[in-house]
Ligand binder design. Structure first.
Ligand SMILES: O=c1[nH]cnc2c1ncn2[C@@H]1O[C@H](COP(=O)(O)OP(=O)(O)O)[C@@H](O)[C@H]1O
Ligand SMILES: [Ca+2]
Length: 443
């Protein structure tokens, strides 16, 4: 992995302590803006800081950006610290403070005030982290993803309204549209920007950008820069988005599949997704331990689920069940079969849970490693009964999603990554670049 030339190594945890890490990621905000000149066209920040030129020995001027990720399974705050060392120099990303709470906002669909309380608690962290004299200049934004997309308009808006009130009552800068549901295609693009920025691929001549795979609770995204004309020709129009950077135009392939996140896929496999009334009904699956009977809350709904008491259990029948959820439902761009991708969120979590990778280090896996692990877990469920009862279903779904959904090969490489130089690989950093530029905060 090639680091950005202005990146130095860092240590410590990604939480509070990370705010003063010696991470120097230089970027220019001056030409960073979304411009929808025509459909699907995005002008992006064109002048990342030139490679090999990192400002040194200059007087520090710190500023902050606060980005909330209201995901389907949790709400997270990312407080980014930037430093501008002199008026002529370019702002650099210095570090990140990160904290999260569970469940996500959508679990408070019927108690919007309580949901907003969870945001307030996280925002209190920012009060401690940002010096008082900078509060008024520090923007705070919340973007919700698939959990709120799946709620009724009325319930989602009630939640957003309550959060907006919390922001308005805070001492921070509250831009227009500070609380919203993010469009799925931005989720993919912004995560791609984060990963490629952090790995130094958005600067210099020799750019080898990497594709990204995000597996959330309710939706999943795939994003990459197509190299073949064929891909551009064969992809549905709304899967392609252009943006400019370094005076070059990048045309990205990106799509967000709503209902294909790991937890939504559990419900789909159980036959319980999008059901109006589930009260009392028992959903059974061959992907669950035979004797299991339990309850599960997701998106504010209670589901009863259990194993196939009499019938089959194990990888084979489970794969057939899960296949019904993905087969023929996703677009398969040919060129991804042989390329490698960065993968995070639930890809990372399940790989950690089954010791495929180390929690801190991450690692490189092949698609077939997930399949091997799925077989091992599903065919020995009694041995894994201390872990989540869904472990077999989750691993089988990940296998099916990668192979039958996206069409990856068994030997496609996946770089499992949670952080790069102690910054979370999340769409929130890309979103913060955009936010700061749109506000003209360059100090
Ligand atoms: O900042 C982050 N860093 C690393 N992983 C994250 C971050 N934010 C969310 N995740 C991961 O995303 C997954 C949950 O997805 P999420 O709740 O965002 O659903 P959604 O994207 O479908 O709304 C979990 O695996 C969680 O660890
Ligand atoms: Ca997410």
């Amino acid at each position: 992995m090639t680091a950005h030339p202005c990146l130095t190594s860092s240590s410590g945890s990604g939480r509070m302590a990370s705010s003063r890490l010696p991470i120097l990621l230089a970027l220019v905000f001056s030409s960073f803006s979304f411009v929808h000149s025509h459909s699907n066209r995005v002008m992006w920040f064109q002048d990342l800081f030139p490679p090999n030129v990192c400002p040194i020995n200059a007087k520090a001027n710190t500023f902050y950006g606060i980005m909330f990720d209201a995901g389907s399974t949790g709400t997270r705050i990312h407080i980014y610290t930037f430093v501008q060392k002199s008026p002529e120099s370019l702002p650099e990303l210095e570090g990140e403070i990160f904290e999260s709470v569970k469940p996500g906002l959508s679990a408070y669909a019927d108690q919007p005030e309580k949901g907003a309380e969870t945001v307030k608690k996280l925002l209190d962290m920012a009060i401690d982290a940002v010096p008082p004299h900078l509060w008024k200049k520090t923007p705070v934004v919340l973007k919700a993803t698939a959990g709120l997309r799946l709620l009724s308009e009325e319930k989602a808006q009630a939640l957003l309204l309550e959060v907006k009130e919390v922001f308005e009552e805070s001492p921070f800068l509250v831009p227009e549209d500070s609380v919203s549901i993010m469009d799925g295609s931005y989720e993919g693009i912004l995560a791609w920007i984060t990963v490629n920025f952090l790995t130094g691929q958005l600067s210099g001549q020799n750019q080898h950008t990497v594709g990204t795979l995000d597996l959330g609770g309710a939706s999943t995204q795939i994003t990459f820069l197509p190299r073949f004309e064929e891909t551009l020709k064969e992809s549905p129009g709304d899967f392609l988005t252009s943006f400019e950077m370094f005076n070059s135009t990048y045309k990205l392939y990106t799509h967000s599949y709503l209902g294909f996140g790991l937890k939504a896929a559990r419900l789909a496999t159980l036959g319980a997704l999008n059901m109006e009334a589930v009260d009392g009904q028992m959903f059974r699956s061959s992907c669950l331990p035979k004797q299991l009977e339990a309850e599960w809350h997701f998106g504010g709904v209670k589901y009863r689920y259990g194993g196939n008491k009499e019938g089959e259990t194990g990888f084979k029948p489970c794969y057939l069940e899960v296949l019904k959820v993905v087969k023929g439902k996703l677009h398969q761009p040919d060129e991804i079969r042989g390329s490698s991708f960065y993968a995070f969120s639930y890809y990372y979590d399940r790989a950690v849970d089954t010791n495929l990778i180390d929690y801190e280090q991450g690692g490189v896996l092949e698609v077939r490693d997930f399949e091997r692990k799925a077989k091992e877990v599903c065919d020995n469920m009694e041995r894994y009964n201390s872990a989540s009862p869904f472990l077999c279903m989750d691993l089988t779904y990940i296998t099916a999603l990668l192979k039958e959904g996206f069409g990856f090969r068994d030997n496609t490489l996946l770089q499992l990554t949670k952080k790069v130089n102690n910054i979370e690989t999340s769409w929130t950093l890309g979103a913060t670049f955009h936010l700061l530029q749109s506000l003209g905060i360059t100090y």
